[in-house]
Design a protein. Structure first.
Length: 311
């Protein structure tokens, strides 16, 4: 990236990368606490790195009540202002709570969920399905044209020739793919080869995607408590520019944070654009952890406090 911005500036590589999945496992933050916490993120110096607050279709009523209790209809008082202006809450822009709608029940939930999401600033829809063609058809029929969407299929349907068939359906649509990179059991975490097949399949087609689960740390590692193998989001960012599976898998396997940070610093503006046109975001139940990892690697720094003379 030809050096890094000064303290308090979010590098382009990380803009909107961290979707706020605080209410989902393993964080499971109560909705009533997630709304004010999200507002803090959207008003902070790192607001440009933070995506929408993700919410399942079945919790939209709970979200509306929490948002109203926290500051007016659907969460007024600058819920999205920081993202639009980079300034403090209330600095401008649409003041409704910016929400990403997650539909684990598939297209059958879509019409009702869209109606329930009307009070919010709908940032996107993430629809789980076993039939990509059906999901695309329903999104085409019901989704407002200015709302983006991502389609998630079970990982068992994203292997071998099935992967190519699914990606071919999505590449002819306006929708992103969505891939699950972790969960609450070891089998929920794909290995390097499986993830590399998905990433390079998307890269070869120019198909954007987002990831979800298990990705809130920057570097690939083994969780000391669970023993689960976690991918690092820096690994995925760097692998997103690869079209060769073996090369992508090698990047995904890297466990040296300093090596990854060096590779990030060397990215050109064009490479950053290619990467983020592919890997658009990931859901994380913690915003603090990925920011902390970037800071520890020297890829991000908070604003320098103003100098105060001794009195």
């Amino acid at each position: 990236m030809s050096g890094l911005p000064s303290g308090g500036v979010i590098p382009e590589l990380f803009h909107g990368l961290f979707d706020d999945a605080a209410v989902f496992p393993p964080g499971n933050l109560p909705v009533a606490e997630a709304v004010p916490a999200h507002r803090v993120h959207r008003a902070a110096w790192y607001a440009e790195a933070v995506g929408p607050l993700l919410c399942g279709a079945g919790r939209l009523g709970e979200l509306a009540a929490a948002a109203a209790a926290a500051g007016g209809p659907a969460g007024a008082a600058g819920a999205t202002g920081p993202a639009a202006t980079g300034g403090p809450a209330g600095a401008g822009g649409d003041s409704r709570l910016r929400v990403g709608l997650v539909l684990p029940g598939g297209s059958a939930e879509l019409a009702r969920a869209l109606a329930a999401a009307a009070p919010f600033d709908l940032a996107g829809v993430e629809l789980a399905t076993r039939d990509a063609a059906d999901a695309v058809a329903e999104l085409d029929r019901l989704l407002p044209p200015d709302v983006p969407a991502a389609v998630e299929l079970p990982r068992e349907l994203l292997r071998g020739d099935d992967l190519d068939a699914v990606l071919d359906v999505l590449v002819d649509s306006p929708y992103r793919a969505k891939f699950r990179t972790g969960g609450l059991v070891a089998d929920a975490f794909p290995d390097e080869a499986e993830l590399a097949a998905f990433l390079t399949g998307c890269a070869q087609r120019g198909l954007p995607y987002k990831c979800t689960a298990g990705l809130h740390n920057a570097v690939r590692h083994t969780d000391p408590e669970t023993g689960f193998e976690h991918h690092g989001f820096l690994n995925v960012l760097l692998a997103a520019q690869e079209t060769d599976r073996a090369a992508a898998a090698e990047v995904l396997a890297e466990r040296d944070g300093e090596a990854l940070a060096k590779a990030v610093r060397a990215l050109t503006a064009r490479q950053v654009t290619v990467i983020r046109n592919s890997f658009t975001a990931f859901g994380t139940c913690s915003i603090a952890e990925p920011l902390g990892d970037l800071a520890s690697l020297g890829l991000l720094s908070s604003p320098t406090p103003p100098h105060q003379e001794d009195r």
